[in-house]
Ligand binder design. Structure first.
Ligand SMILES: CCCC(=O)Oc1ccc([N+](=O)[O-])cc1
Length: 345
């Protein structure tokens, strides 16, 4: 009986996904870290570690950690959707599990559970959200790069007793909070292929040495850490793949919701393996465009055009890559992408 229910739920999931058309959402609400931040950390930095007042979004920048627009800004410009972005560079899912110090804030980087969700809940009560309803709004969550990072779980720097499972549980808790505010359409972007970024790739394979995101990398066994980050990201992505249908369909944790998992890991690996399908010639998938010293200063760009690069710096996809992520995101929401798997009631 349970098997029949599951199969019919799966069929419903596919049907529901195929009913969506490109840009059938009017609002995109995003949560995450520097992969998504369009200016929010900078606002905190200039305002005594405080978010904008309820009902006000931060001014958007067009030079983000991708070297240009973020993927969500590209979605906004392609679809005309209104974007409310709560993502904050440096964020983890929950500072109670993995906290990262930001000296310029004299505080930890704000996290999703401690800052992004509370800000969203306050805004939700204001005129900003007047046109928002369950049917016209997509909520996107891309988080985990900092949780698993060298300043997080990779160097055993998490709060004692917390684990990768604690981080994944925080993803479900984030959905709980958005669901309680009326959200019903979710897209979860899974973990990037971090073994391919310059930060974690060993120098013997073209990776970065000491750098702004890992200032003493050269003191470590780089092969071991590259293997660990591969292990952590792929295991997390497997837990996500099984966790979404389990909590949504078996446990009925979010009745009436639809969730798509956007397989960023596979998409970026595909760009890495088949750059000519995505990037301008001459392709560069092992290097990166933006080179700074270990303090993030004295930066030099190039050589060549950023549109040839998979990566902007040691950690971030380039804005060309973000534009590709955006086009695929729209297809994922429409149920039209080989990188998306959708589940729903
Ligand atoms: C995707 C996660 C990486 C991330 O969040 O990187 C950053 C962290 C902090 C800053 N910042 O302080 O400006 C920028 C990027």
């Amino acid at each position: 009986m349970r098997l029949i229910l599951l199969i019919s739920n799966f069929a419903l999931a596919l049907n529901a996904a195929s009913l969506h058309h490109k840009s059938d959402f009017k609002y995109l609400v995003t949560f995450g870290d520097s992969y998504t931040d369009n200016g929010r950390l900078s606002y905190y930095g200039g305002h005594n570690d405080q978010p904008p007042p309820p009902g006000v979004m931060q001014p958007e920048t067009n030079v983000t950690a991708s070297g240009g627009l973020t993927w969500a800004q590209y979605v906004k410009s392609s679809t005309g959707a209104t974007l409310y972005d709560y993502a904050i560079s440096g964020a983890t899912c929950d500072n109670n599990n993995v906290a990262r110090w930001a000296s310029f804030l004299n505080a930890n980087f704000p996290s999703i559970i401690t800052d992004e969700i509370p800000s969203f809940k306050k805004d939700r009560k204001t005129a900003l959200y007047r046109g928002v309803n369950a049917a016209n709004t997509v909520y996107a969550l891309w988080i985990g790069t900092n949780d698993l990072s060298f300043t997080g779980i990779l160097s055993d720097s998490q709060v004692a007793g917390t684990t990768i499972s604690t981080y994944i549980d925080c993803i479900w808790a984030t959905f709980d909070a958005i669901y309680a505010e009326g959200g019903r359409r979710f897209v979860l972007l899974n973990l990037n292929a971090l073994q391919l970024v310059g930060l974690y790739r060993p120098q013997s394979d073209g990776g970065a040495g000491d750098n702004q995101f890992w200032q003493n990398k050269t003191l470590y066994n780089q092969t071991e850490y590259a293997q660990k980050i591969l292990e952590y990201t792929t295991s997390s992505n497997t837990i996500i793949d099984y966790g979404v249908p389990f909590y949504l369909l078996v446990k009925n944790r979010w009745p009436g919701a639809k969730i798509s998992v956007f397989d960023i890991h596979t998409l970026l690996t595909d760009i890495y393996n088949n750059p000519k399908n995505y990037l301008e010639s001459p392709h560069n998938v092992k290097g990166f465009y933006h080179h700074c010293d270990v303090n993030g200063a004295n930066c030099k760009d190039g050589p060549g055009s950023l549109d040839s690069y998979l990566w902007y710096d040691e950690l971030h996809p380039s804005n060309k890559t973000d534009s590709i992520i955006a086009q695929e995101f729209i297809k994922v929401v429409a149920g039209d992408s080989k990188f998306g798997t959708s589940w729903g009631h």
